[in-house]
Design a protein around this ligand. Structure first.
Ligand SMILES: NC(=O)c1ccc[n+]([C@@H]2O[C@H](COP(=O)([O-])OP(=O)(O)OC[C@H]3O[C@@H](n4cnc5c(N)ncnc54)[C@H](O)[C@@H]3O)[C@@H](O)[C@H]2O)c1
Length: 246
């Protein structure tokens, strides 16, 4: 699957799954616009990829910063052909221990971040009558629920519904919108979960191991490539069989 001459915007590119996606898309020939709020992690990603990647420090909870990012990217790279919304965060604790600040932040980053970034880039894409592939990284928590991740799961379920609805609206523009749901994946986010939760999840996975970030990136590469031209509005779990949603 080749992405030569394509520009891909990847959020969350400073770590874990987003970094693996940036590296994978770059290996397939894409120029990568790496976006994250973590400057050090971004530098490491860009150093790994080399001159075909640029680093853009953006807090995706900041709507104005997303618009500014879009303007910079379009001015320097032109209109991107691939957009991957991978940034996100989680804090595992019982719903009744959550505070309002956590909910606000989860919604701002995990749901409104992809919504705003997608909308910002769709403006020039539609104005130019261009096509694009949009891939959202949700979570199996958004398909089947997850203990201690109640509002996180809500944001991911929202992202799945957003993906499907946007796919319907964008189909006439030949813009594909799909969703990858990682299962438990070996990243700093997973390592931040309580040990009991981590052990329980690994035991429940039919393959009895975590996904590697590169295995999630492989699914994203498919949705970003011409091999998925007739696929839109779909949700693919990459979870070692943990979820087998119909
Ligand atoms: N690791 C897992 O087990 C797992 C499972 C299901 C879904 N996911 C999803 O995969 C995606 C990537 O997760 P990961 O495991 O690689 O986590 P990670 O913590 O390794 O990486 C997440 C990245 O998102 C960035 N980020 C967070 N908030 C941001 C903000 N406000 N603005 C800009 N950047 C921000 C972080 O700086 C970090 O670089 C997330 O959306 C997560 O919800 C992960």
């Amino acid at each position: 699957m080749r992405l030569d001459d394509k520009t891909a915007v990847v959020t969350g590119a400073a770590s874990g799954i987003g970094r693996a996606i940036a590296v994978g898309l770059s290996a397939a020939g894409a120029t990568v616009v790496a976006v994250d709020r973590d400057p050090q992690g971004l530098s490491d990603t860009v150093a790994t990829i080399g001159t075909t990647a640029t680093a853009h420090v953006v807090d995706l909870a900041d709507a104005a910063a997303i618009t500014a990012l879009r303007d910079t990217v379009v001015a320097t790279h032109g209109i991107p052909q691939v957009i991957v919304n991978a940034a996100g965060f989680d804090r595992v604790e019982p719903f009744m221990s959550n505070d309002d600040a956590l909910w606000e932040s989860l919604v701002a980053v995990n749901f409104l971040g992809p919504v705003r970034l997608t909308r910002a880039f769709l403006e020039p894409i539609l104005a130019a009558d261009a096509t694009a592939k949009i891939v959202n990284i949700a979570s199996d928590a958004g398909r089947v629920g997850s203990l201690g991740e109640t509002v996180y799961a809500g944001t991911k379920g929202g992202l799945i519904a957003f993906t499907k609805s946007l796919a319907r609206e964008m189909a006439r523009h030949h813009i594909n919108v799909n969703c990858v749901c990682p299962g438990p994946t070996d990243t700093p986010l997973f390592a931040s979960l309580p040990e009991k939760v981590r052990d329980g999840l690994i035991r429940a996975i039919p393959f009895r191991r975590l996904a590697t970030p590169a295995e999630i990136a492989d699914a994203v590469l498919f949705f970003a490539s011409d091999h998925s031209n007739y696929i839109t509005g779909q949700v693919l779990s990459v979870s070692g069989g943990l979820t087998m949603a119909g």
